[in-house]
Design a binder for this molecule. Structure first.
Ligand SMILES: [Mg+2]
Length: 279
């Protein structure tokens, strides 16, 4: 064996791309559409679940999400109580998922508005020469609807990788990698992943990207824009604090209220790259 003497310096260049999540990050303030679709899909099978229970595994692909919900002891007990003592089977999960997809197709239309500042952010990223990729827990059939609704509002990312399009998904990094391939961008240290869920934070960290969490518009606060704006300052502060704490504990490099604040993270990250820091 001989040991090479060349040392390779870490990436110190500018940021190259941002990989954005969809629901709760760029569209659908509060990530309402999937939360409501999970509740109604279980309800259609005779099982009452709370919105909070439906939000627990948010971010992973939707069939896995349903399986995880069904494995929660409280939900598993309710399932058995309404299914003559039988536990949830793989076929049951398929059926709940089919119902979820049908419900989601209409719910995404009701919750497709871009979050405030999202379109301006996308324009600002382009102006800086950054490419825009996306990853999602949504399957392609739902994404086709979501992407068209976003395009009509002026947001059209350069690449979108859906659940099921890589051998494994969140919390693994493969959708992020696939997005970088589609964008023809590297290295990962020059990329930012932005997400509103714990699974999405894991995805970004596992990809080796700078990882930014959005707290207020996403799954952690979990309220529509109208409901959030109707809260008093004290209630907002308490919910914001809880969301920030959970997302920071998940390992996010930065937590912001919404993507409207992302430009300040870009400045901070580029300064860290220039100092030789890596994600
Ligand atoms: Mg999301």
């Amino acid at each position: 064996m001989r040991t090479g003497t060349a040392t390779r310096r870490g990436y110190r260049g500018p940021l190259r791309a941002v990989v954005l999540d969809w629901a709760g990050t760029m569209i659908d303030f509060g990530s309402m559409a999937p939360a409501r679709a999970f509740v109604r899909a279980f309800e259609a099978h005779g099982v009452v679940v709370s919105v909070e229970e439906a939000r627990g595994p948010m971010g992973v692909d939707k069939r896995t999400h349903i399986a995880r919900m069904g494995a929660e002891p409280a939900i598993a007990a309710r399932w058995m109580a309404t299914h003559r003592g039988a536990a949830m089977t793989s076929e049951d999960i398929d059926q709940v998922h089919a119902k979820f997809v049908a419900l989601e197709m209409s719910l995404v239309r009701e919750h497709a508005a871009l979050v405030p500042g999202a379109r301006e952010l996308a324009n600002a990223l382009r102006a800086r020469g950054l490419k825009i990729g996306t990853t999602s827990g949504y399957s392609r059939e739902i994404m086709d609807v979501v992407a068209e609704l976003a395009r009509a509002q002026g947001y059209a990312p350069d690449a979108s990788i859906c659940a099921g399009e890589t051998p494994s998904g969140r919390p693994g990094p493969l959708q992020c990698y696939e997005a970088l391939v589609a964008l023809d961008v590297w290295p990962v240290a020059g990329c930012i992943k932005v997400d509103d869920t714990l699974a999405g934070i894991d995805e970004g960290l596992n990809a080796g990207m700078w990882t930014v969490a959005v707290a207020v518009t996403g799954n952690e606060v979990g309220m529509t824009r109208e409901a959030w704006e109707g809260l008093g300052a004290m209630a907002q502060r308490a919910l914001r604090q809880r969301a920030y704490d959970r997302l920071l504990a998940a390992g996010a490099h930065y937590v912001i209220d919404s993507v409207a604040e992302l430009p300040s993270c870009i400045e901070a990250i580029e300064a860290r790259l220039r100092r030789g820091e890596t994600p």
